[in-house]
Design a protein around this ligand. Structure first.
Ligand SMILES: N[C@@H](CCC(=O)N[C@@H](CS)C(=O)NCC(=O)O)C(=O)O
Length: 227
């Protein structure tokens, strides 16, 4: 969540570096070059009362990122006010909505399956959804969404998940067939490859730590499902 105080904005980002949702706001804020303070929230403990009392606040990673991109117009998102920019904004929104509703939850679902057969089945399904729904939307990426030469909000919203999928496959937490399938998609493979090269995506990224924490989380979810 983000708190903005006074007329001269002082942004405080309440975050956890292991959280893919908070990662969206980090990418956005870094791309915008905004000064901010961060307060790390420990997710394994109950939230303290002071945190619950903060006001004014903006929560939900997509709304936080959108708010920052709207408040400080930049290469991430064109400002409103013309048909051309409204169209670009609509296309970015359509892309991120499609990712979130149709692809977004597969990695977690796959990683928390017990059977290898089920993992492979879902992996195949995920690749075919990306092929059908996402790859065509990236046909004019050059190298960023919609022909942009700079990173857009489309990537700020999806990159935290793409970098995790890449890392989890590399560490055998997710099936290799995901990488094989996605690498075969002409537009997606090119577009996604750039993710790990972006400073704004990697400056809070600690692969060893995130893989370790995520593997623990997956094991907990599996154990709860069995109980
Ligand atoms: N829909 C939320 C999801 C946020 C979320 O699930 N965060 C995880 C950590 S990665 C959590 O445990 N949140 C609980 C909390 O912040 O109290 C968003 O996009 O911001």
């Amino acid at each position: 969540m983000v708190a903005v105080n006074g007329n001269t904005p002082k942004i405080t980002l309440y975050t956890n570096h292991g959280c893919p949702y908070a990662h969206r706001a980090h990418i956005t804020i870094k791309e915008l070059g905004l000064p901010y303070e961060e307060v790390i929230i420990h997710l394994s403990k109950p939230r303290d009362p002071w945190y619950l009392d903060i006001n004014p606040i903006i929560t939900e990673s997509i709304i936080v990122s959108q708010f920052l991109a709207d408040a400080y117009p930049s290469h991430l998102l064109p400002p409103t006010g013309s048909e051309e920019s409204a169209l670009k904004r609509a296309r970015i929104k359509f892309f991120t909505d499609t990712w979130n509703t149709k692809v977004g939850s597969y990695w977690f679902k796959i990683a928390t399956q017990n059977s290898e057969e089920e993992k492979e089945k879902l992996a195949k399904e995920m690749v075919s959804v990306v092929e059908k729904e996402i790859d065509p939307l990236l046909k004019d990426a050059a190298p960023f969404f919609g022909g942009s030469s700079k990173l857009t909000l489309a990537k700020a919203i999806t990159a935290p998940f793409i970098i995790r999928i890449i890392a989890f496959v590399k560490r055998a937490v997710l099936p290799k067939s995901i990488a094989d399938g996605l690498n075969g998609l002409p537009n997606f493979s090119k577009w996604a490859a750039g993710v790990v090269k972006q400073d704004s995506v990697t400056y809070i990224w600690d692969e060893d730590r995130i893989v370790e924490q995520s593997v623990k989380k997956f094991a907990q979810v599996k154990a709860q499902a069995k109980a």
